[in-house]
Write a protein that binds this ligand. Structure first.
Ligand SMILES: Cc1cc2nc3c(=O)[nH]c(=O)nc-3n(C[C@H](O)[C@H](O)[C@H](O)COP(=O)(O)OP(=O)(O)OC[C@H]3O[C@@H](n4cnc5c(N)ncnc54)[C@H](O)[C@@H]3O)c2cc1C
Length: 539
């Protein structure tokens, strides 16, 4: 008998789970609230421009290759996860990113430099993973930091080897599983804050920022995120930074196509109102172990859909606080939902402008740091105020792929980290602050010479604020990246992928283990599907 699975949400984690479940033989349906797939990776098409709304920096392309290589009956859950690094490096130098299965669905290419990091004085650092080039730039900015960088590099490599290559797929579902690895992580300096690790090795403020900003791309505060996030430096260096031709949306569309080929389906405009545990007689269904059992879901429209198992790709607080009846969830969730630290949020401005023939002094990925680093981070993450200064990540994909804008135009987005919503007296009123910030940021890009005459050349602008994350994506307090990655919300202390509360309920995505960012949520999908395999298919 074919078993049925429902996945709530079509983010990268939801899609990756649905693909694997279909390959495992489950009759799989994804229920998505929005009118299209991708979640944070939704695509906005307007006035001839294609804007990826969220993720733009693709890393670890062989995670995608695993998904595109799935076949019905070939779930790939337990095969070796990592092809030799050298093969990845070779592919990057040849300008190819995707493996043979990926390239049947979407073209993925490497991007160099990975990022250009602009400092407030107009100087910059091009990060490209080439050791000689990296060292030469460190020498130019702060010659006395060359030896310190070697120390940082060695620590980051040791953390990457243990934390990513060896432990990446560990489901920390018992205290024992966490305690077993803790001594190693302490020894590797992986539990102290990343910024403090960088500051111990490097004296230059500029370099401290260059080698600690990356967790911001997954919602982490460099001042408090555990040093294990130094692995991002190594993940990028080892497998590069990549771009899907046609934008991240083309990659999402390719994953949906693959899902349909495997027999899965997606329903859009299908918001789930509750995860059901009640049987036909109105009684909580119980398993043979006495735990309550998932029966399916009810949509906002009132339609009931039965399923053997349900996987929630929705935000943690939405899943446990809204979709699950409080009478059937365990008490520790109430405490966690009250005490949890949500990740920061973002304002993202999507804009299109005329190409006036002048070459832009920008790269595909640009980080433009403001005058303050630590102070600004404290304003965003701790004080939760909108500072007068800002830093931003400016993405100009038309420098690589002109098809994303009408001829003679560029499409761009710029992302500004801001506090998540608070719903108290300190709450920022985004209806007035949003347009003000947008104007300030766009005029900064013009007056600082990043995009000369931008106001005259602008043909489209739109933006999202934390309210979009809260009300459209159902993310608690408008968090942009799930629960904040702090030590006490990591590993065992991060919500589990197999629910402790309800038999047949699983979770996947940025709010769960191992955490946020597209590679992590694809790892999350594999961890979740391994748990499902163990529960449903083993023995
Ligand atoms: C602006 C931005 C830029 C980013 N840039 C990068 C980057 O460059 N590289 C990178 O690796 N990561 C990046 N990230 C992080 C990355 O996008 C996320 O960690 C990842 O995409 C989250 O995937 P997910 O599987 O958790 O699902 P999500 O994308 O969060 O999707 C969850 C889905 O669930 C749906 N849903 C919620 N509630 C319900 C319900 N009740 N019923 C039905 N559906 C529901 C939502 O509509 C949504 O589609 C970025 C994030 C943001 C916000």
């Amino acid at each position: 008998m074919t078993r049925t699975a429902i996945v709530i949400g079509s983010g990268f984690g939801g899609l990756a789970t649905a693909l694997r479940l279909s390959a495992m033989g489950f009759d799989t349906t994804v229920l998505e609230k929005l009118d299209g797939p991708g979640g944070r990776a939704y695509t906005r098409k307007v006035d001839g421009f294609t804007f990826d709304m969220g993720p733009t920096v693709l890393t670890v392309p062989h995670f995608l290759e695993e998904l595109f290589a799935l076949e019905r009956g070939v779930h790939g859950l337990f095969e070796p996860d990592f092809p030799p690094h050298v093969r990845a490096a070779e592919r990057i130098t040849k300008g190819i990113s995707g493996g043979p299965a990926t390239s049947r669905y979407v073209e993925i290419i490497p991007i160099l430099p990975f990022y250009r990091i602009y400092f407030d004085d107009g100087t910059w650092f091009d990060y490209d993973g080439d050791p000689a080039h990296t060292r030469a730039q460190i020498e130019r900015i702060s010659p006395r930091d060359v030896a310190g960088y070697e120390r940082f590099h060695a620590k980051a490599k040791a953390i990457f080897d243990r934390g990513f290559l060896e432990l990446g797929y560990t489901h920390f579902d018992t205290v024992g599983s966490m305690l077993a690895v803790l001594p190693d992580l302490v020894k590797l300096d992986a539990v102290r804050p990343l910024f403090s690790l960088a500051a111990e090795c490097l004296e230059s403020d500029k370099l401290r920022a260059v080698f600690s900003f990356e967790p911001l791309l997954v919602g982490g505060n460099p001042l408090s995120v555990p040093g294990i996030y130094a692995m991002i430096h190594f993940v990028e260096k080892t497998w590069g930074i990549h771009f899907a031709k046609g934008g991240t949306g083309a990659l999402v569309a390719a994953l949906v196509k693959k899902l349909e080929e495997l027999g899965g389906r997606i329903r859009y405009g299908a918001e789930v109102r509750s995860i059901d545990v009640i049987d036909g007689r109105g009684l909580p269904a119980r398993s043979r172990f006495g735990r309550r059992r998932v029966r399916g879901v009810t949509l906002a429209s009132g339609e009931h859909l039965a399923a053997d198992l349900v996987v929630s790709n929705a935000d943690y607080a939405h899943t446990y606080g809204t979709l699950i009846d409080p009478r059937v969830r365990l008490a520790h969730h109430d405490l966690r939902m009250k005490l949890a630290r949500q990740s920061m949020s973002v304002v993202v401005i999507y804009f299109g402008f005329r190409d006036d023939g002048r070459e832009l002094a920008l790269q595909h990925h640009n980080i433009i740091l403001g005058p303050r680093y630590e102070g600004l981070l404290t304003d965003i993450f701790d004080r939760k105020i909108l500072s007068p200064d800002f830093s931003q990540y400016l993405h100009v994909p038309t420098l690589t792929d002109p098809s994303l804008a009408p001829p003679g135009h560029h499409a761009a987005y710029t992302l500004i980290p801001v506090p998540h919503n608070t719903h108290d007296r300190a709450q920022i009123d985004w209806s007035s602050e949003g347009p003000r910030l947008v104007e300030k940021v766009l005029s900064f890009l013009e007056t600082r010479g990043y995009i000369p005459d931008l106001a005259k050349r602008l043909v489209h602008q739109s933006f999202i604020t934390p309210d979009y994350f809260e009300h459209t994506l159902n993310s608690h307090l408008g968090n942009a990246f799930g629960l904040e990655p702090v030590l006490w919300q990591s590993a065992f202390f991060r919500p589990h992928n197999r629910s402790e509360d309800l038999e047949g309920l699983y979770c996947v995505g940025a709010g769960y283990q191992p955490g946020g960012g597209t590679p992590s949520v694809m790892m999350s999908a594999k961890i979740t599907c391994r748990a499902i395999h163990e529960d449903w298919l083993d023995g």
